[in-house]
Ligand binder design. Structure first.
Ligand code: NAD
Length: 312
C-alpha cells in the first residue's frame, strides 16, 4: 500500500479518483474548496470518500507552500495525482490572475516538494484545450501545442513545460494527462451536459451557440478513473490523451438528453462564440498502450448515468 497525495480531491474528477484509489492505497486528499461552484457539492464529495478509512482530507491551498510542506513532511508521499486547478476556459479570458496563481505557481510548489521529499511519481491533469485550434484531427500527443487560445490553456501548457523540466533535472516520473471534456455523475455545473440537463428538465430555455454541429470528444468519468491511477506507474515523462475517439455533435448530445428526460429542449439560437472549436477528437492509441485505457461508455449510457445521479 502506497501513500498518495491527491490535490483537488473534493472536485468532480478528484472525488472519483480518491474513492477508487483508497480501495488499495492510503490517500491524502487536499482541496481548498474554491468558490468556482457550490461548496456543498464539494463537501458531499469529500464526505463520501472519507467513508473509506484509507482516505484523509486536509483543507489546504496549493498556493500555500508552508502548509503543503507540513503535509508532505508528515506523510511522505510515494506519488502525487495533481488535479487541483482553477477551471473554466472562457472565464479565464475575463480574469487571468487566479488561473496563473493556482495553475502555475501551485504546480511549482508541488514539484519543489516532490523533489525535497523524494516522491517518485507525478501525475497531473492537463487539458485538450492546450491543442488550441488544431486543424489536424484526431488530436495526437505529437501535435503542435504552442498556440493555446485561452489563458486557462496557456497555464496548462506552462504546467506541462515545468513538469518536463523537473523530470529532466530530478528524474521525477511524470504523466501529463490531456483530458477531453469529462462528464458523468458529479459533473461540473458550468459544463454543457449539466447545464442542458438542468434547463431542459425544468422546462427552461437553453442557449445554443452556432448550429449545433460542433463536435466534442465527451469522455465519461467511469472510463478514465482507473487510467488516471494507472498513470502513477509511468516511467520517464509521457504526455497522454485521455479522451474519446468518437466525437459527437452538440445537437446529438441535446437529443440524447431530451430522450432521457422525456422533454423537448426550448432552444434559443445564438451566434457561435469567439474561439469556439469546431471539433475535439482524441487519438487514444498511446493511452491504450500505456494505461490499458479502453473507453466503453457510449453517450446514451453516459447521459442516462448522469440523469440518474442528477435526479437523486
Ligand atoms: N472536467 C473536464 O472536462 C476537464 C477537462 C480537462 C482538464 N480537466 C482538469 O481536470 C482537473 C479536475 O477538474 P474537475 O472537472 O474535476 O474540476 P473541479 O473544479 O470539480 O475540481 C478541481 C478542484 O480543485 C480545487 N482547487 C482549486 N483551486 C485550488 C487550490 N488553490 N488549492 C487546492 N485545491 C484547489 C477545487 O476546489 C476543486 O474541488 C483540473 O485540473 C482540470 O483543469 C478537467
Amino acid at each position: 500500500m502506497n501513500n498518495i497525495l491527491v490535490t483537488g480531491g473534493a472536485g468532480f474528477i478528484g472525488s472519483w479518483v480518491c474513492e477508487l484509489l483508497s480501495k488499495r492505497h492510503k490517500v491524502i486528499n487536499i482541496d481548498n474548496f474554491d468558490d468556482y461552484y457550490d461548496l456543498s457539492w464539494k463537501k458531499t464529495n469529500v464526505k463520501k470518500a472519507l467513508e473509506n478509512p484509507n482516505c484523509t482530507f486536509f483543507k489546504a491551498d496549493i498556493r500555500n507552500f508552508n502548509k503543503l510542506r507540513e503535509i508532505f513532511a508528515e506523510n511522505g508521499f510515494d506519488g502525487i495525482i495533481h488535479l487541483a486547478a482553477r477551471v473554466g476556459i472562457r472565464a479565464s479570458a475575463e480574469d487571468l490572475l487566479p488561473y496563473w496563481d493556482v495553475n502555475v505557481k501551485g504546480v511549482l510548489n508541488l514539484l519543489q516538494l516532490a523533489r525535497e521529499f523524494n516522491a517518485k511519481n507525478f501525475v497531473f491533469a492537463s487539458s485538450s484545450s492546450v491543442y488550441g485550434i488544431n486543424n489536424k484531427i484526431p488530436f495526437s500527443e505529437a501535435d503542435n501545442v504552442n498556440n493555446p487560445i485561452f489563458p486557462y490553456a496557456a497555464t496548462k501548457r506552462a504546467r506541462e513545460l515545468m513538469c518536463y523540466a523537473y523530470h529532466h533535472l530530478y528524474q521525477l516520473n511524470v504523466a501529463c494527462l490531456k483530458l477531453f471534456t469529462v462528464c458523468g455523475p458529479r459533473g461540473r455545473p458550468d459544463m454543457a451536459p449539466y447545464k442542458f440537463t438542468k434547463l431542459i428538465s425544468a422546462g427552461k430555455k437553453i442557449e445554443l451557440y452556432g448550429d449545433g454541429t460542433t463536435k466534442r470528444a465527451y469522455t465519461f468519468i467511469a472510463d478514465i478513473v482507473s487510467s488516471i491511477i494507472a498513470a502513477l506507474g509511468i516511467k520517464g515523462c509521457e504526455t497522454i490523451n485521455l479522451g474519446n475517439n468518437k466525437p459527437i455533435e452538440l445537437k446529438y448530445l441535446i437529443s440524447v438528453i431530451e430522450d432521457c428526460i422525456g422533454k423537448k429542449a426550448k432552444v434559443i439560437q445564438k451566434p457561435m462564440q469567439p474561439g469556439e472549436l469546431l471539433i475535439t477528437w482524441a487519438n487514444i492509441r498511446k493511452a491504450k498502450e500505456l494505461l490499458n485505457y479502453a473507453p466503453k461508455v457510449g453517450v446514451e449510457e453516459g447521459v442516462k448515468m448522469f440523469w440518474d445521479w442528477y435526479r437523486s
